[in-house]
Design a protein around this ligand. Structure first.
Ligand SMILES: [Zn+2]
Length: 611
């Protein structure tokens, strides 16, 4: 997702994952908690930074994954219901495997986000994420890892386990350990990260009357009676499962590298649904109506639809109806016969004719006049067109894909769109979701665009900062994918080689992203995202660090810091912005504002009236 996404496109994600993980040979034996934590490459602060709350659109994010807050007691009742419905053993297996999935996913995200980390460091993020997610309080008893000889031993005390609380409340103390989901998590995290089956077992448990839970993790072959653990874990083809957990990367890896060819990228439910509809309708001859806001990628969908159809060898002709002047619509769509009107000195085919045998993509179809609509309707119904000034009807075989960002039904009701044409076009409607309804795709799209624009502009970037990922995960994106694409391209240009693209690079370019998300600070308190400490250097360097929300001042900052070669805002704009800033601070008192700026009261008033 972040630091160095898709650095080697085309590689299978799991193979790379293994190579990346096992290639690092390091011996590290630690048996004190403090050391263990200090060694961890992702610091507690960095892990906390990956948490973003976006109550404005009802989502929470951790390491680029959508999360939910649920009452521990609700989890407790799900657990009880499962036990009642399935019996202890089956419920235990199911819950253990849910934990495995959670652990494997976290491991995939962590290794993707910190690709430079060694096993030990990345491993140490697991228990801390487990704590951050509110499951247990982990105390390290012993931790040994040596990738070169495949040695792994890990022993923890778990305090305050959520699952124990729920289990004891429901069933009291017993003879069996009860931290099923948590054992699944630990096993899934370690196995996924190390690329081999590591099994954790709970030797003591609070549900058995001990004061804390003692868990030990070892490679599966070093346990006796491993069958019992495996029955619950059912790890099966666990490597392919960890690849599934890092499915985002797999999707990126499959993309071709050509910078000219844009791909459909997504894993979210809304995106997958739209893609499935596209795949289903593509091989048919049906007319397709693509709907969705501006910037959601309607033209790209139309291109893919054409490519997936039997007409792919034939032309795809695209026409944006909004750009056509009314008096040219007919000539453009149906062509002109020589001498049809003054200036028509030669015959030329229209778009329908040029698309013969292939596909005609009519974008923004709702902008056509009623008379143009009726001509298109006739062409669709009769499969025939007539050039302007022509006398012979011409047969055309064209598949139409129409697109609009308006609600065509409402346009019909308002009398602006022909009802018969609407029904002719609405044979197979596909709604393309706005980006804010498919946020899971944002990290993936960021990787994709980062890769694409790095190639195009010949840049070597180290990825995107966690802060930027969080800001974009919670940004509203009125301009949808096109806006995200522009933002990343701007970031690729603004950041230097070897740098990580950060919020500050986009803020300078006039996109105020800071302050969108609520994150966690290192103490675990909710706070606006941390702004990097300004370097104690020059004013210009400081100005480059702190993002400003006003585009005028951001452009001034970019110019001062030397990032922008020219001042993209007029001096008047900057002056006026400063006047408004001073007025805000003086509570609207013009005299006080003038004093702040070293101006006279009359000068300030003049500038305000000048607008
Ligand atoms: Zn326990």
């Amino acid at each position: 997702m972040t630091r160095s996404p898709s650095s080697q496109p085309g590689r299978p994600a799991d193979e790379d994952f293994l190579k990346q993980m096992l290639g690092r040979q390091k011996r590290l034996i630690v048996d004190r908690t403090s050391q263990f934590e200090a060694r961890g490459l992702p610091s507690a602060e960095q892990l906390a930074e990956t948490v973003a709350f976006a109550p404005q659109d009802g989502s929470i994010w951790l390491c680029g994954q959508r999360m939910m807050l649920m009452q521990g007691s609700a989890f407790g009742s799900i657990r009880r219901e499962l036990i009642e419905a399935l019996g202890f053993d089956k419920a235990r297996g199911l819950i253990t495997r849910i934990g495995w999935q959670a652990g494997a996913r976290d491991a995939a995200q962590v290794s993707e986000q910190w690709p430079d980390g060694d096993h030990a460091s990345l491993y140490s993020a697991g228990p801390r994420l487990h704590m951050l997610e509110g499951m247990v309080n982990v105390e390290v008893v012993r931790f040994e890892i040596d990738s070169s000889i495949g040695h792994f031993y890990s022993e923890f005390l778990w305090h305050n386990s959520l699952e124990d609380d729920e289990h004891i409340a429901a069933y009291g103390l017993g003879g069996e350990p009860a931290c099923w989901m948590e054992i699944g998590y630990a096993s899934g995290y370690a196995s996924s990260l190390l690329g081999r089956l590591v099994v954790f077992r709970e030797l003591e448990c609070r549900s058995m009357g001990q004061s804390a839970c003692r868990i030990v993790g070892k490679p599966a072959q070093l346990w006796d009676d491993i069958d019992v653990d495996l029955m619950y874990l059912d790890p099966g083809d666990f490597l392919s499962r960890s690849a599934y957990a890092s499915g985002m990367q797999t999707q990126v890896a499959e993309l071709p590298v050509s910078p000219d060819e844009q791909q459909l990228v997504g894993i979210s439910a809304a995106f997958v649904a739209a893609s499935q509809l596209l795949q289903r309708v593509a091989p048919t001859q049906a007319t397709v109506l693509l709907t969705g806001e501006s910037g959601v990628g309607k033209e790209l969908f139309a291109r893919h639809l054409h490519q997936a159809s039997s007409r792919r060898q034939q032309p795809l002709v695209a026409l944006n109806c909004a750009t056509l002047p009314e008096n040219l619509v007919e000539a453009e769509l149906f062509g002109v016969e020589r001498g049809a009107f003054t200036g028509a000195d030669r015959s030329r085919p229209g778009r329908f004719e040029r698309a013969h045998g292939g596909t005609l993509f009519l974008d923004e179809i709702a902008t056509l006049s009623l008379s143009a609509q009726s001509k298109i309707l006739r062409a669709l119904q009769e499969g025939e067109i007539e050039r302007v000034g022509g006398s012979e009807p011409l047969r055309v075989d064209v598949r139409v894909i129409a697109a609009t960002n308006l609600d065509l039904r409402r346009e019909v009701e308002a009398g602006r769109f022909r009802e018969d044409l609407f029904y002719r076009l609405n044979v197979f409607p596909i709604h393309l979701p706005p980006l804010r309804e498919r946020r899971e795709d944002i990290p993936l799209l960021m990787s994709y665009f980062l890769h694409r624009f790095s190639q195009r502009h010949g840049r070597q970037l180290a990825g995107c900062s966690t802060r930027l990922v969080n800001a974009l995960l919670t940004y509203r994106f009125p301009g949808n994918i096109r806006e995200l694409q522009n933002l990343i391209e701007r970031g690729v240009i603004a950041a230097g080689d070897g740098e990580i693209i950060d919020v500050v690079h986009l803020s300078e370019a006039g996109t105020p992203l800071a302050g969108v998300a609520i994150g966690l600070n290192a103490d675990g308190r909710l706070a606006p995202p941390t702004v990097r400490e300004p370097a104690p250097a020059s004013a210009a360097a400081r100005a480059a660090e702190a993002p400003l929300e006003e585009p005028e001042l951001a452009s001034l900052q970019a110019f001062l810091s030397g990032r922008a070669p020219a001042l993209s805002t007029s001096l008047e704009e900057i002056e006026l912005r400063l006047v408004h800033l001073a007025l805000e601070r003086s509570g609207g008192n013009i005299t006080a504002a003038a004093q702040m700026l070293g101006m006279s009261r009359a000068q300030v008033s003049y500038r305000l009236k000048g607008r």
